[in-house]
Write a protein that binds this ligand. Structure first.
Ligand SMILES: [Zn+2]
Ligand SMILES: [Zn+2]
Length: 75
């Protein structure tokens, strides 16, 4: 088993390219910007416009800057 963060939750996912394994690079669904059923990341936390995510394929952890509107309600 990969060392997936204990806070990881299948109900909280994010569709972001993994900068380490880039497993979605050749996936047509991902390239089309769809919510692919295979290539998603655990959304562990978010603060402002930064998402703290982990890749379930290679267990890489990183912070992703979304540049989404700050101060907005992240519902
Ligand atoms: Zn990865
Ligand atoms: Zn994909």
């Amino acid at each position: 088993m990969l060392p997936i963060d204990p806070d990881a939750d299948l109900g909280r996912r994010a569709w972001i390219d993994c900068p380490r394994c880039r497993d979605s690079r050749h996936c047509l669904a991902c390239r089309a910007g769809r919510n692919c059923g295979t290539h998603w990341r655990y959304l562990l936390a978010n603060s402002g416009s930064v998402l703290h995510v982990q890749c379930p394929s290679c267990a890489h952890l990183w912070d992703h800057e979304t540049h989404f509107g700050r101060g907005g309600d992240a519902a």
